[in-house]
Ligand binder design. Sequence first.
Ligand SMILES: Cc1cc2nc3c(=O)[nH]c(=O)nc-3n(C[C@H](O)[C@H](O)[C@H](O)COP(=O)(O)OP(=O)(O)OC[C@H]3O[C@@H](n4cnc5c(N)ncnc54)[C@H](O)[C@@H]3O)c2cc1C
Length: 200
Amino acid sequence: MKKKMATVLAIRTWEPGSIREIDLHMPDCDMSGWTSAQHVKCKVGSLTYRDYTPLGWDVETSTCTLLIHTGHEGVGSRWARQLAVGDAVAYQGVRSSHHQPAGQSLVFLGDETAIGHFLALRQLAGSDARIRGAVLLSEAHHREEFQAYYPGWELETLRKAAGNYRSWIIGSSGGSRGSIRMRCSTWRGIYLRWYGCGSC
Ligand SMILES: Cc1cc2nc3c(=O)[nH]c(=O)nc-3n(C[C@H](O)[C@H](O)[C@H](O)COP(=O)(O)OP(=O)(O)OC[C@H]3O[C@@H](n4cnc5c(N)ncnc54)[C@H](O)[C@@H]3O)c2cc1C
């Protein structure tokens, strides 16, 4: 596949800075056919690529935004940490994830690396979509920021720790977990996507 180039237009960092939102101008990319969540295969090192999901895009200006989690040591993480406004980003095309919202009621489960995917599906579903589920975030302040940035979402922010997904899903009798279990069962039939990560 032919390598294409994008330019970094702006970068916003969450506090602490291990989540970076990167605005890209992709003049070679026709976004008019993005009817499902997409992923961009970015060159992050010599012969090394990582996939990132545009969280939103604008067809007219051929711009999109990536949200990249850099809170671990990895090639992609290091690459995203040193990106600056004006940098060129090489990418090997854009592929569809084939994930489309099947209605306006969305249930999301994932960690920082899935936020782009959540937002892409929300853009496709429209601003009236009802969003429920849970997101695992390592940093306490990121959990506050997430709630502040997406106030209408009925999404619980959980501390990223081993087993937190499982206890959230399975729940137990009584207390708040009991109510979570009840909600899980009534969610059957609603669009559900699971995003695991190595540390969950
Ligand atoms: C279709 C698709 C879309 C994706 N979209 C996004 C996106 O929008 N944003 C995004 O940030 N990532 C996204 N990812 C994940 C991304 O491509 C990389 O796999 C991820 O960022 C790790 O790459 P790395 O080079 O930094 O670490 P690697 O070199 O792959 O791994 C280094 C170490 O870090 C650990 N590690 C990797 N990820 C995490 C994590 N999240 N939390 C804790 N430890 C971790 C690994 O277990 C390993 O020990 C997507 C992946 C796919 C397949």
